[in-house]
Design a protein around this ligand. Structure first.
Ligand code: NAP
Length: 248
């Protein structure tokens, strides 16, 4: 028996990086997978085909996670297409790094809206179908930067720390409905998001990682499989790091 057999999952930002790895791992574990992207249509179509090759139902949707109206429309169309929703992974995220003295209002707003408001948007509309199913799992992608802070990432760190409070509150509000809500805090994972960092910054991160290597997107995805599965039915309101020991 596969770990996610019979479940329908929605993953935001599934066209690349960690989200694409989660989508594939979910499909390999038998889940039907709906996922979103913002602009990478070609990549999304390629992921969709890769998922369908696992013998499950898969569909990519173009949808801006930062938009409240788009979240409602998305959940409605996913319910029409898939019939139910068991697992929501709020993964979509961006960085717009700069020091505080140079940060513009637009850079602050765009990162908070994409990384934090999106979690509100999707959770808001996912709760009703989950209540109807008498259960569900919500997994919010945060970051170790939400725990530690990081110079040049005040907007990003604030968005990721905000996810902690949101996650714990939803866990408390929705626990009696058998809806679990957890946050995952990856460390330094090899994706497009970290490829843009210069060698000096990467070397500094490596020094701070006990396992002395960057993480792989699949290693984050494996935790999401666990949290979305029946192996984690008594785990809610937690922040779990996947960081090679970085925040220890
Ligand atoms: P990535 O490779 O840059 O991929 C980001 C994904 O999010 C893409 O699928 C992108 O879609 C999607 N996205 C961006 N803005 C969106 C929007 N407004 N609406 C819908 N989708 C949107 O990033 P990643 O490294 O995989 O990161 C995934 C998550 O993990 C993020 O929340 C990030 O903050 C978090 N994280 C990453 C690391 C790391 O080291 N990589 C560490 C800690 C936390 P398009 O392809 O269409 O642009």
């Amino acid at each position: 028996m596969k770990l996610l057999e019979g479940k329908v999952a929605l993953i935001t930002g599934g066209s690349r990086g960690i989200g694409a790895a989660i989508a594939l791992r979910f499909a390999q574990q038998g889940a039907d997978v709906a996922f979103t992207y913002h602009s990478s249509e070609e990549k999304a179509k390629a992921v969709e085909a890769e998922l369908a090759a696992q013998g499950i139902k898969a569909k990519a949707y173009r949808s801006d996670a930062a938009s409240y109206a788009a979240a409602e429309a998305l959940i409605n169309v996913v319910l029409e297409d898939f019939g139910r929703l068991d697992v929501l992974v709020n993964n979509a995220g961006i960085t717009q790094d700069t020091l505080m003295l140079r940060m513009t209002e637009e850079q602050w707003d765009r990162v908070i809206e994409t990384n934090l408001k999106s979690v509100f948007n999707l959770t808001k509309y996912a709760l009703r179908p989950m209540m109807k199913n008498k259960g569900g799992a919500i997994i919010n992608m945060s970051s170790v930067v939400g725990i530690t802070g990081n110079a040049g990432q005040a907007n990003y760190a604030a968005s990721k720390a905000g996810i902690f409070g949101f996650t714990k509150s939803i866990a408390k509000e929705m626990g009696s409905r058998n809806i679990r809500c957890n946050a995952v805090a990856p460390g330094f994972i090899e994706t497009d998001m970290t490829h843009v960092l210069d060698e000096k910054t990467k070397e500094a991160y490596l020094q701070a990682i006990p396992l002395k290597r960057l993480g792989r997107a699949e290693e984050v995805a494996d935790l999401c499989v666990f949290l979305g599965s029946e192996l984690a039915t008594y785990i809610s309101g937690q922040v779990i790091s996947v960081c090679g020991g970085m925040t220890t």
